[in-house]
Ligand binder design. Structure first.
Ligand SMILES: O=C(O)CCC(=O)C(=O)O
Length: 267
């Protein structure tokens, strides 16, 4: 990817969203689309599809578990660099899903991706989303909409109020980075036969509880081949040697901790 990381991070912080055009090479884009189409069909046919708007929209959750291509792209190096800067150096994956809109698809509830945190949200950023645009995002096909400037409010939208939403317009193959406090939603799909496919890779600071419980839901096979980055993203590593124990700290930490304890370092 050919762009300036600092500029993208600066734009996200200033505008609440930044777009990287031409971020997904055409052959990769086609492979991702094929896999999403396959999963949409397979989950629908087997009766486990997550269907909304009376069948117009479909989500597929836990993508890391549903194709090696997703294991690869969820750790895309440039996106990792951007998230490192936005999220204070360390972060994990909260969820990775696709959302496909179709004719008749209704707008989603306006929300921010940190809405479960009691407001006011901290000044530092808690979460950010990398939106992989698999089709052109237009005003008509359900492209994500957002409320400009909302990320500076550090709270949730009032569900009784109407806000002016602006569509995030960009060609297929782009990646949009969305500030975790930006109010946004899926737009309405008012086309006759147009679909909008997108992936939402949602990263959070490592001390937050995550949307998808990867420790339980990701298959062993995926864990076995996972790179150190993917293991960390899935929450399989300790955070600051204090979160993520399995029946207490691991052996290497006990060795470190006990002499210090004896010396009265931890009282
Ligand atoms: O489908 C979209 O455009 C938005 C999805 C979304 O808001 C979310 O996953 O939080």
């Amino acid at each position: 990817m050919d762009f300036d990381i600092n500029e993208i991070v600066g734009t996200v912080e200033r505008d609440g969203v930044a777009i990287i055009r031409g971020a997904i090479p055409p052959d990769l884009l086609q492979r991702i689309r094929d896999r999403v189409d396959h999963l949409n069909r397979a989950e629908r046919e087997s009766g486990i599809g997550f269907i909304e708007s009376e069948g117009a929209n479909q989500r597929v959750f836990n993508l890391v578990n549903k194709g090696e291509i997703f294991e690869e792209i969820v750790q895309e190096p440039a996106v990792m660099q951007i998230m490192t800067q936005l999220l204070g150096g360390d972060f994990i994956l909260s969820g990775f899903s696709s959302n496909t809109t179709g004719p008749g698809g209704e707008p989603m509830l306006l929300h921010s991706d940190s809405g479960y945190v009691p407001p006011p949200h901290p000044e530092y950023l808690l979460s950010a989303n990398a939106i992989w645009m698999l089709d052109d995002f237009t005003r008509e096909n359900g492209g994500t909409e957002y409320v400009p400037g909302s990320h500076r409010q550090r709270c949730n939208p009032d569900p009784r109020r109407e806000y002016t939403c602006v569509p995030i317009l960009a060609p297929a193959g782009s990646i949009a980075i969305l500030h975790g406090y930006t109010w946004h939603r899926t737009g309405a799909n008012v086309t006759h036969n147009g679909h909008r496919r997108a992936l939402f890779a949602y990263y959070v600071r490592p001390f937050l509880r995550v949307q998808e419980n990867h420790l339980v839901s990701v298959r062993e096979e995926v864990w076995h081949r996972a790179s150190p980055t993917l293991r960390r993203l899935l929450g399989g590593e300790l955070y600051l040697n204090s979160i993520g124990f399995i029946d207490g700290p691991p052996e290497r930490m006990r060795k470190l901790a006990f002499p210090k304890r004896k010396a009265g370092a931890f009282v």
